[in-house]
Design a protein around this ligand. Structure first.
Ligand code: UD1
Ligand code: CA
Length: 458
C-alpha cells in the first residue's frame, strides 16, 4: 500500500506526572529534540495527507513549541482514555485512507517498522504493532484464539491467565477510517479505569469480521514510551549507542562509542577521529581527516579537511576551513569563519569575524566583528574593542599585518597591509601600510631610586 494520503493521529494529551516537571511530557528532549518532535518527524516521513496531534495537558506550551508545524491540533480537555483521545481527531480524518495512531511519548519508532505495519494492514484490515516482552506488566495483552487475535485486554482488567500473556499491545495501530469512526462511537467505559479504551476496537473488528493482523518491530526500544526521567535517560543512551554504531560502521574512529553525544545531524568525510566526551548539536560536518579532541562541543559547525579541533573547544555557528588548528580551549561564536590554514590557540574567542588564510591568534585574544586578512599574526592579549556600550563597530586587519601583544584595537579602525603594531598599543586611528605604529608611554629609569623599607616599630 502506498502511504500517500494516510491519516496520522498522534496522542499527546497525557500529563506525564512521573516526569515531576512543569514541562509537558512530550516536550522533554531526547538527543536535543523533543519527544513529540521525534514522532512528528517520523510521521512526516510517511507523507500523511492528514496529521493530527491530540493535546490536552499543557496544550498551549505544546502548540507553541511547534509554531510552524503543518499539523492540525485537536484538544482533549479531559483525559478520558486513548479511545476518547482519538475521537477528538475524527473530524479531520479522510475516510478514503486508513488512520495510523502513534503516541507522542514513544520517540524511537523506526519508519520501516511503521511501513511494514501499513503494508500488512493495507486498506481493509486492522493492523496492530505488537511485541513479545519478558515483563508485560502494565501493558495491554494481545488475546488470541488459535493464531487469530480476538481482543486486547488491559493489564488492570486482565485475569491471572491473561497476565501470563507476554505479547503486548504497543498502542500503535492502523485502521480503515470508516471502521475506526464507527468503532470509536461504540466504545464504553465500563472497565477497571472507567476510560474509553482505543484497544476495545479490536473486539469490535473481530465481531464485524474485519481481519486483524499484527506485525512486530525489529527492536524493543522502538515501542518504549517515556514516563519517567529514568526511562528518558535509558532511551537517550540507546539512541546515542545506535548513532555511535552508525558512525563506526561509516568509518569514523571513535575513542569510545559510549562517550559521544549527537543531538542533531553529524555528517563526515573519511578518516575522521573523535575523542571522548564530545557533543555535536544541530548540523555538524567533519571533513576528511578531521580530528576532534576530547570534550569539544560543536553546534552548527562545518569543519574542513585535516583540521584539528583540540581538547575543550566550544564552537557554535562557525565555519572552519581545511588544515586549521583550533584550541585547546578555544571558543568560536556565531559568525566565526576560519579560512584554510588558520591557527586559533588557547583562550582565544572569535565572534562574527573572518580570520584569513594562514593567519594566527595563538594565545589569549578576543577577535569580534573583525575582518582579518591573510598571514596575519595576532599577538597574545590582543583585543578588538568592538563595543562602545551602545553600538558595535568593525575592525579591519589587512594581509601580512603583525600585531604585538596586549594591543587594543578601538573600532572602527583599520590596520593597513603589512603594518606592524608595537606591543601594548591602543590603536584609535588607522595604522598605515608597512610601518611600525605604536602608542606607548616612553620608558624611563629613575637613577638612585631606593625601594622603601619597613619602619622599625616605635
Ligand atoms: C495504552 C494501551 C495499552 C498499551 C499501552 C502501551 C489503551 C487503553 N491501552 O495503555 O494497551 O499496552 O498504551 O504503552 O489504549 N493519551 C491521551 N489521552 C488520554 C489517554 C492517553 O492523549 O485520555 C495518550 C497519552 O498521552 C500517551 C498515550 O495516549 O501518549 C498512551 O496513554 P497511556 O496512559 O500511557 O497508556 P495506557 O492507557 O496505560
Ligand atoms: Ca491510562
Amino acid at each position: 500500500m502506498s502511504p500517500k494520503g494516510l491519516n496520522i493521529v498522534i496522542l499527546a494529551a497525557g500529563k506525564g506526572k512521573r516526569m515531576r516537571s512543569d514541562l509537558p511530557k512530550v516536550l522533554h528532549s531526547l538527543a536535543g529534540t523533543s519527544l513529540l518532535g521525534h514522532v512528528l518527524s517520523t510521521a512526516r516521513g510517511l507523507a500523511p495527507g492528514q496529521l493530527v496531534v491530540v493535546i490536552g495537558h499543557g496544550a498551549h506550551h505544546v502548540q507553541a513549541a511547534f509554531p510552524n508545524a503543518a499539523v492540525t491540533w485537536a484538544t482533549q480537555t479531559e483525559q478520558l482514555g486513548t479511545g476518547h483521545a482519538v475521537q477528538q481527531a475524527v473530524a479531520y480524518l479522510d475516510d478514503a485512507t486508513p488512520t495510523l495512531v502513534l503516541y507522542g511519548d514513544v520517540p524511537l519508532t523506526r519508519i520501516d517498522t511503521l511501513r511494514a505495519l501499513l503494508d500488512a494492514a493495507g486498506t481493509e484490515r486492522l493492523g496492530l504493532l505488537t511485541a513479545h516482552v519478558s515483563d508485560p506488566t502494565g501493558y495491554g495483552r494481545i488475546v488470541r484464539e488459535g493464531t487469530q487475535v480476538s481482543r486486547i485486554v488491559e493489564h488492570k482488567d486482565a485475569t491471572p491467565e491473561e497476565h501470563a500473556i507476554n505479547e503486548i499491545n504497543t498502542g500503535i495501530l492502523v485502521a480503515p477510517t470508516p471502521f475506526l469512526k464507527r468503532a470509536l462511537g461504540a466504545l464504553r467505559n465500563d472497565n477497571a479505569q472507567a476510560e474509553y479504551y482505543l484497544t476495545d476496537i479490536v473486539g469490535i473488528a473481530v465481531a464485524e469480521h474485519l481481519p486483524v493482523v499484527t506485525t512486530q518491530p525489529a527492536h524493543v526500544f522502538e515501542i518504549e514510551g517515556v514516563n519517567s526521567k529514568a526511562q528518558l535517560a535509558a532511551l537517550e543512551r540507546i539512541y546515542q549507542h545506535s548513532r555511535a554504531n552508525d558512525l563506526l560502521e561509516a568509518g569514523v574512529t571513535l575513542a569510545d562509542p559510549a562517550r559521544i553525544d549527537i543531538r542533531g545531524e553529524l555528517t563526515h568525510g573519511q578518516d575522521v577521529f573523535i575523542d571522548v566526551g564530545c557533543v555535536f548539536e544541530g548540523r555538524v560536518h567533519l571533513g576528511d581527516g578531521a580530528h576532534v579532541g576530547p570534550y569539544a562541543v560543536l553546534r552548527n559547525v562545518e569543519v574542513g579537511a585535516r583540521t584539528r579541533v583540540e581538547a575543550y573547544c566550544h564552537l557554535v555557528d562557525a565555519v572552519v576551513g581545511a588544515e586549521v588548528s583550533v584550541g585547546p580551549f578555544a571558543r568560536l561564536r556565531p559568525g566565526a569563519t576560519l579560512e584554510d590554514g588558520a591557527h586559533i590557540g588557547n583562550f582565544v574567542e572569535v565572534k562574527n569575524s573572518v580570520i584569513g588564510k594562514g593567519s594566527k591568534a595563538n594565545h589569549l585574544a578576543y577577535v569580534g566583528d573583525a575582518t582579518v586578512g591573510q598571514r596575519v599574526n595576532i599577538g597574545a592579549g590582543t583585543i578588538t574593542c568592538n563595543y562602545d556600550g551602545a553600538n558595535k563597530y568593525r575592525t579591519i586587519i589587512e594581509d601580512d599585518v603583525f600585531i604585538g601583544s596586549d594591543t587594543q584595537l578601538i573600532a572602527p579602525v583599520t590596520v593597513k597591509r603589512g603594518a606592524t603594531l608595537g606591543a601594548g598599543t591602543t590603536l584609535t586611528k588607522d595604522a598605515p601600510e608597512d610601518q611600525l605604529t605604536l602608542s606607548r608611554a616612553k620608558q624611563m629609569t629613575i637613577p638612585g631610586w631606593k625601594r622603601p623599607v619597613k619602619k622599625p616599630r616605635a
